[in-house]
Structures are given as C-alpha cells and as structure tokens.
Design a binder for this molecule. Structure first.
Ligand code: TTP
Ligand code: MG
Length: 409
C-alpha cells in the first residue's frame, strides 16, 4: 500500500488575545497584570495577560478570586468589536500563504500548507513571517504550531506558548506524546481525563496503547477516537470558509448565569431575531435551526432541528428553538446561549404563496425598516423587553461567518 503523504498544518493562536489587544490599544496597560472582563456586571475573567498569569490568574475566575491571587490586577472591560475586527483582518495575512485556511475561533486559525509551503521557504519560514507580520500590524504576539494534522499543530502551539514557534514532525510524534498528560490534548477535557485516570490511563502514550475493545467498552464509539488521539492521529480536514454563508448564527454570554425557562426565553427570542434579521437583510432562508448552550463549567453543545419550510421568520426560528430546548434536560446553569440557521438558500426576492405569510413578511419588513433606521431592537416583541440588557462578551466560538459548529449531541 502506498504511504499516505503527510500533511503540513500550521496553527496560529494569539497570546492572551483580548488582553494583548487591550494592552496594545492602551499603552499604560503594557507590561502590567490585566484581566479582561465582559462588562461591569459580568465579573468573570475572560482572559488575563501573561503578567497576571504569573500570579495564577486564570480564565473563568471571578474577580474576587483573581484579586486575591493578584491584588494589583487591573480589570479592563472587553470590547468585542476590536477583537472581531482583528480576527477578520488576520484572514488577509493567512490567505497570502494558502487558500486552505480555517478561522477556527476568534483567535485560532489553521492553515493547510501541504501544497504551498515550498513556495515560501518552508513551514517554519511561513510561521516566522506570520508572527512578524502580526506583530508589525497589530503589535501583538501569537504562537505558531506546526504538525502533520490539526490535533498536533494545536498541541505544538500549546507547547510553544507564549510567543513561540514549535514544529512536531512526523518522526517526533511518538516521543512528544509518550509522557504527555491526556488533558493537554485538544479535545480531551478534565472530565474525560478523570475518567481515563480511573482506568489507569494518564498519558497519551498509555491512551494510544490501550486496547480498542477496552476503550469502546468504556466510552462507546468515542473510545476509538480517543485511542487515535492518543496516537496523534487526526483526519479532520481544514474547513475553509465557503464563498456563501453556511450558517447565520449569533451567540451571547449572559449577564448572569441562568437556569429558569422564563429567564432563558427572552434571550432566545432576541438571538432568533438577530438571526432572522440578518438572514432577511442578506436574502437568505434556512431550514436547520440550532441551539447552542454553554454551561457555567464551559461545557458547550448544540442541538438542532429542521423547520417545515425554508424560513427567515424570527418567530418560526424562535418556536423551533423552544422545541429544541424542550428536549434538553439542563444539567447546570447556562452562561452562553446561541442560535443559528443553516441549510441556507439565497433567494432575496421570494414571495410567499400563503396570504398569512405575506402579511407576516410585511410586518417583519416594517420592523426591519424601523430598526435599520433607528437602531437595533427599537421595535421589538414584549417578552424581549423583560430581559436584563448587557452587551455580553464575545463567544470564543465567534467566527466571521457566524457561530462555529460545535459538537452535536
Ligand atoms: P484562548 O486562545 O483560549 O486564550 P488566550 O488567547 O487569551 O490565551 P493563550 O495565550 O493561552 O492562547 O482564547 C482566546 C480569547 O477568547 C481570549 O483572549 C478570551 C476569549 N475567551 C472567552 O471569552 N471565554 C473563554 O472561555 C475562553 C477560553 C476564551
Ligand atoms: Mg489564544
């Protein structure tokens, strides 16, 4: 059998992204321990500068915990627009080296350099060039990881942090993974790691050597994937951005963690309206509606369902989202909610055949007109008004094209 040619994947991950952007825009913060928070009310650290990390300040800590370990910590309210703007601009840099790149999240990207690296002096030279260009243009550092697949490229960037450039070549995979704790691998969270530890598996080397049957028995079909991860195998291709939107999504971190259905619903209506409005503005209609939930412990999942016909109607989206929510047994409080519409068709001039729908369309058009002219949510539904307003912090799953797809359960 012919050997499969190894791919060359490069991962770029900004260092302390939100904090670095804030330090760059306000030179007084440079070199200081800072923590970025979502708003004056939302008191959780979204990220901390490396100066603050030295004291043990971590993402997810509340400000009291953070101030306790680092009393001189400076808190900065984040500005999503700055971060998303930077993220969009970064695509320009990546596209100079390959057309096959994926903006994975607001600060991570994967570039498939398999067929283009020789044109630019090799992967390391591209990595150096990207780091330098980002520093020159945005004044922030990033770490570059290179590997034969996205799992190892991501691992290389984690190992190289901060401001590093690390390459895990195919011949180094085994030695790199041998003694590496499993939870350092991208995709193995603390819960799986704990479960594995109970089975006596602590390192990737041990995971890779564990018998398939044993892992399947304990983790179902995910057992096979775990074993492959332990061996450093990952076949997921780079998912390049489509020319046309694949999905339209909005998500928000809530001003406070919530649990009650009556608290959740107004947010879902607001998110459905944002999605519906964006779809109408760009002439898209979709059939698949997804609800994204992130619990307080950051575990995130999405569940989706189909509506009967292609739609861009806020209420059709909202009702579907509520149906999806009906089928979920919440296990914890929620910190982030997201709604998205996919399976899209683009038909800006479609006129519904049913009179009732035509009336709804006119109503939505009128609302959009008022809101376009006087600002978002000036004209809206009663239940939305009941909810606590907050700009929210950006979801790490933010993408220029909408919410990134998350694991569907
Ligand atoms: P990360 O890349 O996880 O973290 P980072 O860039 O701050 O630090 P590192 O040097 O370790 O890569 O996340 C990117 C940004 O996303 C981060 O700056 C803040 C934001 N974020 C959240 O808002 N919530 C979260 O739960 C996480 C993990 C990140
Ligand atoms: Mg980062």
């Amino acid at each position: 059998m012919a050997a499969v040619a190894s791919r060359i994947i490069l991962c770029v991950d900004m260092d302390a992204f939100f904090a670095s952007v804030e330090q760059k825009t306000n030179p007084q913060l440079k070199g200081k321990p800072i923590g970025v928070i979502g708003s004056a009310k939302r008191t959780v650290i979204t990220t901390a500068s490396y100066e603050a990390r030295k004291y043990g300040v971590k993402t997810g800590m509340n400000i009291w915990e953070a101030k306790k370990v680092c009393p001189q910590l400076i808190l900065v309210i984040g500005n999503n627009e700055k971060y998303t703007h930077t993220c969009r601009e970064l695509s320009e840099i990546y596209s100079q080296f390959t057309p096959d790149f994926e903006i994975y999240s607001v600060d991570e990207a994967f570039l498939d350099l398999t067929t283009t690296h020789h044109l630019f002096g090799g992967p390391e030279s591209i990595g150096k060039s990207i780091k330098q260009t980002i520093q020159n243009i945005f004044g922030i550092n990033c770490t570059v990881g290179i590997g034969p697949n996205i799992l190892l490229a991501k691992l290389a960037s984690d190992l190289g942090k901060p401001d590093g450039l690390q390459w895990i070549k195919p011949e180094d995979v085994e030695s790199t993974l041998k003694d590496l704790p499993v939870n350092e691998l991208w995709g193995i969270g603390s819960k799986i790691a704990e479960k594995l530890a109970l089975l006596g598996i602590r390192t990737c080397g041990e995971l890779g050597r564990a018998p398939s049957g044993f892992l399947r028995n304990k983790f179902g079909i995910y057992g096979e994937a775990l074993k492959a991860m332990g061996m450093g195998i990952c076949n997921r291709p780079i998912q390049t951005e489509p020319e046309d939107a694949k999905s339209i999504g909005h998500s928000m971190t809530l001003p406070k963690d919530i649990w009650e259905r009556k608290e959740i619903e107004p947010y879902l209506l607001m998110l459905s309206e944002k999605v519906g409005r964006r779809a109408r503005r760009h002439g898209y209609m979709g059939r698949t509606v997804a609800l994204v939930i992130r619990y307080t412990d950051f575990e995130t999942f999405s569940k989706q369902g189909m509506v009967l016909d292609f739609t861009d109607d806020t209420h059709v989206i909202y009702e579907k989202v509520l149906k999806i929510l009906d089928g979920i047994k919440l296990k914890d409080k929620i910190r982030l909610l997201g709604v998205s519409l996919s399976t899209l068709i683009c038909d800006p001039n479609q006129i519904p055949l049913i009179e009732e729908e035509r009336k709804r369309n006119s109503l939505l058009q009128a609302m959009d007109y008022v809101n376009d002219k006087y600002g978002e949510f000036k004209l809206t539904w009663g239940s939305y008004i009941m909810q606590e307003k907050d700009a929210g912090v950006i979801s790490p799953s933010w993408k220029p094209s909408g919410v990134k797809s998350v694991q569907v359960k």
